[in-house]
Design a protein around this ligand. Structure first.
Ligand code: AMP
Ligand code: ZN
Length: 134
């Protein structure tokens, strides 16, 4: 059984992947970060790059995490070269929080490529106040 941790990482699927408790198709790994294929790819190449440390989202990263954020982004650049999508182009996305479309609450960068990507910017849903709904 997982030990309780202070950072709510218990039962986090990405922490489990980082600890090799759950299998993943790993593209890169060192002591701080791990990159693996998305289980439900949106594009022909869809890699997730995460810190091994549990931060719930980009919004939760403390100032001390600034350097590691740069490393995660640079890892996407290097993987894009390795996966031969650097010349054709690619996209790196970080969904953050509920309205940002984040589902897994462990910071992750999506590296998307391998085909021409469509939407230039994300669409949004109108949010109605209680008064507008009635
Ligand atoms: P997000 O909406 O930004 O939170 O994206 C979460 C992503 O994690 C989705 O694209 C899922 O397909 C992916 N995902 C969820 N569980 C796994 C898993 N066990 N291995 C690989 N990717 C996963
Ligand atoms: Zn986690």
């Amino acid at each position: 059984m997982s030990k309780p941790k202070k950072d709510n990482s218990v039962d986090c699927i990405f922490c489990a992947i980082a600890e090799h408790l759950v299998p993943a198709s790993i593209r890169y790994e060192d002591d701080e970060i791990i990159a693996f294929d998305d289980i439900n790819p949106s594009t022909p190449i869809h890699v997730l790059v995460i810190p091994k440390k549990h931060w719930a989202s980009l919004a939760e990263v403390p100032v001390s995490g600034e350097k590691l954020l740069g490393k995660l982004l640079y890892c996407c650049k290097l993987l894009a070269e390795e996966l031969n999508i650097a010349d054709s182009g690619y996209r790196v996305t970080i969904n953050t929080g509920k309205w940002g479309g984040q589902i897994v609450p462990h910071l992750h960068l999506h590296l998307l490529g391998g085909a021409p990507l469509t939407e230039r910017l994300s669409m949004y849903t109108e949010v109605k106040t209680k008064a507008e709904k009635s």
